[in-house]
Ligand binder design. Structure first.
Ligand SMILES: Nc1ncnc2c1ncn2[C@@H]1O[C@H](COP(=O)(O)OP(=O)(O)OP(=O)(O)O)[C@@H](O)[C@H]1O
Ligand SMILES: O=P(O)(O)O[C@@H]1[C@H](O)[C@H](O)[C@@H](OP(=O)(O)O)[C@H](OP(=O)(O)O)[C@H]1O
Length: 380
């Protein structure tokens, strides 16, 4: 049985004991495990996971408290209809749209957040999830959790970001190459640039157009962070998507591309992660007030400052130096080709967002460092 089928079957079995549902019946279901998920908790492996509703939206199940309620509170606040806070209004464009909560009639307490599918409008979406920041644990994490997160990627402190997963459409073979979390963790300062560049290489050429637009979008996010002091984001990600079917010359045809077999490259470690193949499943508040929980957390915590670091300074300096050059490329591309529409960079995963009264240096460091590496890739 293909992995996709196994994951679906295990999801359905956990859901209603329907072990004997035939694959043909699955498409009649309202929601199935998100076919193009590249990282995070997955159905069939973890207790919670991400689904795709048959209207094309993404359903993210609330994680156990405090994570799930924290994330829902954040989305609710940013997308509140009566929101007048200019920072929050400006933030909306950088997040998937939030459509409130969702649940099934038989399990009304099992809440999902209904979100825009950032990859939904793409034909052959190339997707990458990058965790941002030097610390991938929040100030309330236990010693054990801190150690575990540091153990997974000790370089995070210096590099400031971590590739959690990606899939890239290769035009010549008409298939997706995927990398799971061990790929990002295997990257060192020496191999980081090549490792990140892989996301933008379609097997035939480096998609500099997609890199340019991504840089432009990250700069806009950075600008937002430089202006706000209300939140600190830990273990949050940027989700990158670009259209892989651009220059699809060598692929046999688009339909084949959509259903193309997916390959996985050898990973340094091989854990039992689900590998979900590409799918043709494409599309087209309830309110719980957790502010008081967050306020309590806020009052209890005292966020430590983040020390300076060589890469940080290097990144700031280089980023400024390269800004003029890269700007030219971005503006040149987007002004006449409209390729910005074929690229998305959105912030996701807000299970560890905290109110604050200082700038989020942890996240800003990560963004600058990521920009620095992307600018280097573009210059070469
Ligand atoms: N709005 C979205 N549109 C498209 N894909 C999404 C969206 N939200 C999440 N995903 C997919 O699901 C993956 C995991 O998302 P997310 O980080 O929110 O989950 P998580 O389980 O909280 O992750 P983690 O285990 O790292 O905390 C992403 O890498 C992406 O592939
Ligand atoms: O990449 P992996 O190996 O799957 O590691 C997980 C990843 O770092 C998640 O971001 C983290 O959830 P949070 O970001 O919410 O902390 C999770 O913590 P958990 O084990 O405590 O769920 C880790 O296990």
């Amino acid at each position: 049985m293909a992995t996709e089928d196994r994951v679906l079957k295990s999801f359905l079995a956990a859901d209603d004991g329907a072990e004997n549902i035939k694959p043909a019946d699955w498409k009649n279901r309202k929601a199935v495990p998100l076919p193009h998920q590249v990282a995070g908790h997955k159905y069939g492996i973890h207790k919670v996971g991400i689904l795709q509703h048959d209207d094309g939206t993404v359903l993210k199940q609330l994680q156990p408290p405090p994570r799930g309620p924290c994330e829902m509170q954040f989305y609710t606040q940013v997308f509140a209809q009566d929101c007048t806070d200019p920072h929050l209004l400006a933030l909306q464009q950088h997040l998937p749209k939030y459509y409130g909560t969702w649940s099934t009639p038989d399990k009304p307490n099992e809440l999902y957040m209904k979100l825009e599918d950032v990859a939904g409008r793409f034909t052959c979406p190339c997707i990458m999830d990058v965790k941002i920041g030097r610390k991938s644990y929040d100030p309330f994490a236990s010693q054990e959790k801190q150690k575990e997160q540091i153990r997974k990627y000790p370089l995070m402190e210096e590099i400031g970001f971590l590739i959690l997963g990606m899939r890239v459409y290769h035009v010549a073979s008409g298939s997706y190459i995927s990398h799971e979390q061990f790929y990002g963790r295997s990257l060192t300062k020496e191999t980081l640039k090549t490792g990140l560049a892989r996301f933008f290489h379609n097997g035939v050429e480096l998609r500099k157009d997609a890199i340019s637009v991504s840089i432009h979008k990250i700069r806009n996010i950075l600008q937002w962070f430089e202006r706000q002091k209300s939140f600190h984001f830990y273990a949050s990600s940027l989700l990158f998507v670009y259209e892989g079917s651009h220059h699809i010359g060598n692929a046999k045809n688009e339909n084949e591309a959509l259903t193309g077999q997916e390959y996985r490259q050898t990973e340094p470690e091989n854990k039992s992660n689900a590998h979900i193949s590409s799918s043709t499943l494409k599309s087209s508040c309830g309110q719980v007030n957790f502010s008081s929980i967050l306020e309590t957390i806020y009052n209890l915590r005292k966020v430590n400052g983040f020390g300076s670091h060589s890469l940080y300074h290097q990144a700031i300096g280089m980023s400024a130096d390269m800004k003029a050059k890269a700007n030219t490329v971005v503006e040149g591309k987007s002004s006449n080709s409209g390729k910005g529409e074929n690229v998305e960079v959105r912030m996701i995963d807000f299970a560890h967002v905290f109110p604050s009264d200082s700038s989020d240096d942890n996240y800003i460091y990560g963004l600058r460092s990521l920009l620095f590496v992307l600018e280097q890739i573009l210059q070469e």
